[in-house]
Design a binder for this molecule. Structure first.
Ligand code: MN
Length: 227
């Protein structure tokens, strides 16, 4: 190893509640994982196989500010529970899946809904709507040893103090261990991978100056200002 020929990019990381940082390798996001949200987006809420898209590790942002992105006039909030893995593998059994989880954090899957809608109509990939700069604001990551595995309890989002999204973690169509087991059939999961576990109903647009707060039972909230 004689060294990199250009400066190496920074390791993507998430701040941990109580100190330290979690290094991020990959970011998987599930679509339509709460029935009421599937219905509001015009889909059948029956349990069809899950599907995933990806954001980039450097899409994660813990600054507390969300810069309104370029080339869109319809940016939506999606409040989600982030699952952070400490280990991985392939063909992980459902029964063993939670053993791979290091912790959980509140986060946002910010979406350029107009660009995503165009991509859907044309059968194109979603990245242009989903994987832009700082598209995944994240709050403090909590270790399993301190918060356990949140399976029930409220997941909610307010904008300027007004309730916009409200659901319960128990309403996930595909539960956290099911998502891990399923993903591991198609990908080799590893330490540093994170999964955004889907959003409850009530997604909608934000504008500059809005303050979003994601609250998940048992975790410290995430507050983000749109700038
Ligand atoms: Mn989402």
């Amino acid at each position: 190893m004689t060294g990199f020929v250009i400066p190496a990019p920074a390791q993507a990381q998430l701040p941990v509640q109580g100190g330290g940082a979690f290094p991020v390798r990959r970011v998987y996001c599930i679509g339509r994982n709460y029935a009421a949200h599937a219905v509001e987006m015009g889909h059948d809420p029956d349990r069809e196989p899950p599907f995933f898209f990806q954001k980039n590790p450097d899409s994660l942002d813990a600054s507390g500010q969300f810069p309104y992105p370029a080339k869109t006039s319809d940016v939506h909030h999606e409040a989600e529970l982030l699952v952070a893995l400490k280990s991985g593998g392939t063909d992980i059994a459902f029964e063993d899946a939670l053993d791979h989880v290091w912790g959980y954090a509140p986060c946002l899957d910010m979406t350029r809904r107009d660009l995503q809608g165009d991509a859907k109509k044309m059968g194109r990939p979603w990245e242009i709507g989903k994987s832009f700069e700082r598209s995944a604001p994240v709050g403090p990551l909590h270790q399993v040893s301190e918060v356990g595995h949140p399976k029930t309890g409220e997941i909610a989002l307010t904008v300027n103090g007004e309730l916009r999204q409200s659901g319960d973690l128990s309403q996930m169509i595909w539960k956290v261990p099911e998502m891990i087991a399923y993903l591991s059939e198609y990908f080799e999961l590893a330490a540093g991978d994170v999964i955004l576990s889907g959003t409850p109903a009530g997604v909608g647009p934000i504008v500059r100056g809005d303050v979003m707060v994601v609250s998940i039972a048992g975790l410290n909230p995430l507050q983000v200002e749109v700038v």
